[in-house]
Write a protein that binds this ligand. Structure first.
Ligand code: 5AD
Ligand code: SF4
Length: 464
């Protein structure tokens, strides 16, 4: 019989890492690993890392200090703990990690997690193992589909990787180096996975990929399908009520994607479309290969297809050479689009990327000051967007218990968290909620009034 061992995975960064962590757990389950939330009880600890900005990468090393203590106290009890570093820091830094943090036994990149059982065997024989090759074999496809239990544990909303890697080479970004060239999963495999998720009670699927709308997976007819076609196919899967996808690139917005937003009620009217800067000069230096006008045209096409589309974006401030005038163009773009929310970052030079070598690096205090101004502007837009929802009836997919007893939290079509008094039995249902107020990052609402009797009865039932 396989000996039960405990596995602790800590993920940093993007949704892709969360998905990969689930897949690592699936890969290790057949050889006897069960997950634990407590690092100090684990036999195998995996830090699934992010290299996108310096801060994200440095967190790994401070966490490894903690892992060293855990490993030392386990050794006193004659228990061996294997410490592994996975993800993009592993890919970018390889052996350097073991040099800097000797506590680490195993380093493997995002392309290699499916080889984990073999790598663990090698580590127990050889001591230290580093595997950051880009293999030819397909890392997704040898895996059995996730078990029903694993799916249920993940709730009513699930992520499915459809595409990985990026060929865009924005001059600030490590992703093309750490995640490699763009690859797409075949349509049939994605459909099977989504059908299984639906069987397990999942109602909403978010398709993920570093450059998801560059999707070009093999269709059932042998020809490459676009993301738009894939979304049409997935909208037919019984039980799936909502579809989303992230993250998109403005250059890869095509007619099929626009048509999907026009034709598919299941496709939510919300899009994360990073722009990074509102200045054409900076966009060119970033090698974004789109202008401000191209971006605004893309936004216009989505809005023409679906009038209530809500947008979010990523912005970088203090890219090399960014002047106050360039930065103001970014602030102006924010107003022009009227985002529902956005993420903003100080430019962080990443070793090996072209922008890290550029002259005219922007001093830290200026980056800090611009970030504060941009974040303040984003907050105003987000608050405006949320305030406009008050008094409206929104369809909310109820996902899990809320902060207070009797409350559930769900998501609006626009991805806002919504807190509502409702019985736990409604988890997994899409319910009409009247929005009554806004909080810092969420909306508050009451059930109905689509079904007033039903709604008030439920509210009473929660009270007892
Ligand atoms: N510095 C700052 N932000 C970055 N991002 C990517 N690389 C960097 C970098 N070197 C941001 C971009 C991207 C998001 C995921 O992270 O805005 O869209
Ligand atoms: Fe990085 Fe996105 Fe640019 Fe690709 S498109 S290089 S992932 S910022």
């Amino acid at each position: 019989m396989t000996r039960v061992r405990k596995l602790h995975i800590k993920s940093y960064g993007c949704q892709m890492n969360v998905y990969d962590a689930n897949r690592m757990a699936d890969t290790l389950a057949p050889i006897g690993f069960v997950e634990t939330g407590m690092a100090d009880q684990a036999d195998l600890i995996i830090l699934n890392t992010c290299h996108i900005r310096e801060k994200a990468a440095e967190k790994v090393y401070s966490e490894l200090g903690r892992m060293r203590k855990i490993k030392e106290s386990a050794a006193l009890e004659e228990r061996r703990v294997v410490v592994a570093v996975a993800g993009c820091v592993a890919q970018a830094e390889g052996e350097e990690i073991i040099r800097r943090a000797p506590v680490v036994d195993l380093v493997f990149g995002p392309q290699n997690y499916h080889r984990l059982p073999d790598l663990l065997n090698e580590a127990s024989r050889a001591g230290k193992v580093v595997d950051t090759e880009f293999p030819l074999e397909d890392k997704f496809e040898h895996l059995a589909p996730p078990s029903r239990r694993a799916i249920q544990a993940r709730g009513v909303s699930a992520f499915v990787t459809v595409q990985e890697g990026c060929d865009k080479f924005c001059t600030f970004c490590v992703v093309p180096y750490t995640r490699g060239a763009e690859i797409s999963r075949p349509v049939a495999r994605i459909v099977t996975e989504v059908e299984r998720l639906a069987d397990g009670g999942v109602r909403e699927v978010t398709l993920i990929g570093q450059n998801v709308n560059a999707y070009h997976g093999e269709g059932p007819d042998g020809s490459p399908w676009t993301l738009g076609l894939l979304l049409h196919r997935l909208a037919d899967v019984s039980g799936i009520a909502r579809l989303r996808y992230t993250t998109s690139h403005p250059r890869d917005v095509d007619d099929a994607l626009i048509a999907a937003h026009r034709d598919l009620p299941a496709l939510m009217p919300q899009l994360h479309l990073p722009v990074q800067s509102g200045s054409d000069r900076i966009l060119a230096a970033m090698n974004r290969r789109h202008t401000r006008a191209d971006y605004l045209r893309a936004i216009g096409r989505f809005r023409a297809a679906r009038a209530d589309m809500a947008f979010s974006a990523d912005f970088i401030v203090g890219f090399p050479g960014e002047t106050e005038e360039d930065f103001r163009a970014t602030l102006a773009l924010l107003d022009e689009v009227g985002y529902a929310g956005a993420y903003s970052f100080k430019y962080s030079p990443r070793p090996g990327t072209p922008a890290a070598e550029m002259a005219e690096q922007v001093p830290e205090p200026i980056k800090g000051e611009r970030l504060a101004r941009l974040q303040a502007a984003i907050d105003i837009h987000q608050a405006d967007f949320n305030a406009q929802c008050v008094g409206r009836k929104l369809d909310v997919l109820l996902e899990r218990p809320g902060r207070h007893p009797g409350q559930l939290v769900g998501r609006s079509p626009y991805l806002q968290p919504v807190q509502v008094v409702a019985p736990a039995g409604l988890i997994g249902e899409i319910t009409t909620v009247t929005v009554t107020g806004t909080g810092a990052n969420s909306l508050f609402g009451t059930l109905g009034p689509a079904m007033p009797d039903h709604g008030s009865m439920m509210q009473t039932a929660v009270g007892v």
